[in-house]
Ligand binder design. Structure first.
Ligand code: MN
Length: 422
């Protein structure tokens, strides 16, 4: 049998050339067809592949992967098998879908395990025990610091020495497509001394990605930057919806609370680090030099294009911003090493978000707070309407994909529509 580089493989499933889901991607998610139970799935072109069907036909038996693991409502048990097993499953799926590997050909089974994406509802793919949100974009932290503190000195003294983060709320993380109810809360109107209560008037998005923990640690155990990738199962798109007026009033001294914990949206497909490997690249140079436990060797970032789109209730489409994951100052290995340096344990399915990812140019800022410069510079939409912050009926769609030499590996969408406050 001739060995083919994975990047050269072709599949017998028709895959549009601009698809996020070629045979080189094969992300994992949880899909549910009408009247069926949720199953572990992968995506190929415009199809969702039900892996439980392949498992029941014995396609994974020789890998010693138990069949029930594909009949779960979340990916946690599958991920917990460990990277060696999940990687073997992904390789086997590629063999099954490969157009000239007869040994594992499942094309005759296609009607039993391949379903159009439109027929499959994608569910929240993880039981998320804990969620941490970092603040790792130099451009974002500088923009926010310039607006709210000192344009000459926007970063706090710790920022270049450690990846700043806070513990977020896992219970309100929802999958793409889930509507977002405009939250209510306390805000302090400009120039007044007493707060008022009501719906947020400054509802924002934050363009982020998140990594999924794939291997647990015990309390007291540390993960070094060198070991970190073993603990990272994959990545999703992440929208950290934020109510800026609530945030501004509540966040001192302990950071954001109700301004962010009402909802966060993730994309349904977990893209493995293996699939992103061809897009590995160096992150920004770090100065001053970081402490030894945060030092990394080699390229630790990925070239992933990120876009935030607006779709208004009356059908206007607008590109809010286009940025790139590789701009992040702190990489995922450093984030995880820092997270565990005090002995804090991590569990399979935990989520660590990047923080808003902004680029250098104003069209690459990853939030409306920055795009409108704290509301002082409203966005003009093609139909003449304006946006400072999100309005009821607005839909925000995140897209993310890596592209190089004809190979495209993408995340699909993380989408949410704003509903009127009750
Ligand atoms: Mn955030």
């Amino acid at each position: 049998m001739e060995y083919k580089r994975p990047s050269a493989a072709r599949t017998w499933v028709e895959v549009p050339s601009d698809s996020d889901f070629p045979i080189q991607n094969l992300p994992f998610g949880i899909g549910q067809r009408s009247g069926e139970l949720p199953k572990v799935c992968t995506a190929i072109g415009d199809y969702v592949a039900d892996l439980s069907v392949l498992a029941e036909h014995g396609f994974f038996d020789d890998l010693l992967v138990p069949r029930p693991v594909f009949h779960q409502a979340v990916l946690n048990d599958f991920i917990a098998l460990g990277k060696e097993k999940t990687r073997a499953v992904r390789t086997r799926i590629a063999q099954i879908l490969d157009d000239d590997l007869e040994e594992w050909d499942a094309s005759e089974l296609r009607d039993f395990f391949l379903f159009p994406q439109t027929e499959v509802e994608m569910l929240l793919p993880l039981q998320i025990g804990d969620y941490t949100d970092f603040y790792s974009s130099l451009e974002h932290a500088s923009n926010v610091g310039a607006m709210f503190r000192d344009p000459q000195n926007p970063l706090l003294p710790n920022w270049r020495h450690l990846p700043v983060a806070y513990h977020g709320r896992a219970s309100s993380i929802v999958v793409s497509g889930t509507p977002i109810r405009r939250p209510q809360g306390q805000t302090l109107p400009e120039g007044q001394n007493l707060p008022v209560f009501g719906p947020t008037r400054m509802l924002d998005f934050e363009m982020e990605t998140a990594f999924v923990i794939g291997k647990p640690t015990t309390p007291g155990e540390r993960v070094s930057t060198e070991q970190a990738e073993e603990y990272l199962f994959g990545m999703v798109l992440f929208n950290d919806w934020s109510a800026r007026d609530i945030q501004k009033w509540e966040y001192v001294p302990l950071g954001p609370f109700l301004s962010k914990n009402f909802a966060s949206t993730i994309s349904p497909w977990v893209v493995t680090l293996d699939a992103l490997e061809p897009f590995r690249t160096a992150g920004p140079a770090q100065a001053p030099e970081v402490l030894p436990y945060l030092r990394v060797d080699g390229e630790k970032s990925y070239d992933i294009q990120l876009e935030a789109h607006l779709r208004t209730a009356d059908g206007v489409e607008y590109l809010f911003c286009r940025t790139n994951f590789r701009h992040l100052y702190w990489n995922m290995c450093q984030q995880l090493a820092h997270h565990t340096i005090n002995g804090c344990n991590i569990r399979v399915g935990d989520l660590c978000a990047s923080g808003t990812i902004s680029g250098i140019t104003p069209d690459s800022f990853g939030s409306l707070l920055e795009l409108t410069w704290n509301g002082s510079n409203p966005i003009q939409l093609p139909n003449g309407a304006k946006r400072t912050y999100l309005e009821d009926g607005d839909t925000v769609v995140f897209k993310g994909f890596a592209q190089k030499e004809g190979l495209r590996v993408g995340f699909g969408e993380a989408r949410g529509t704003i509903l009127t406050s009750f």
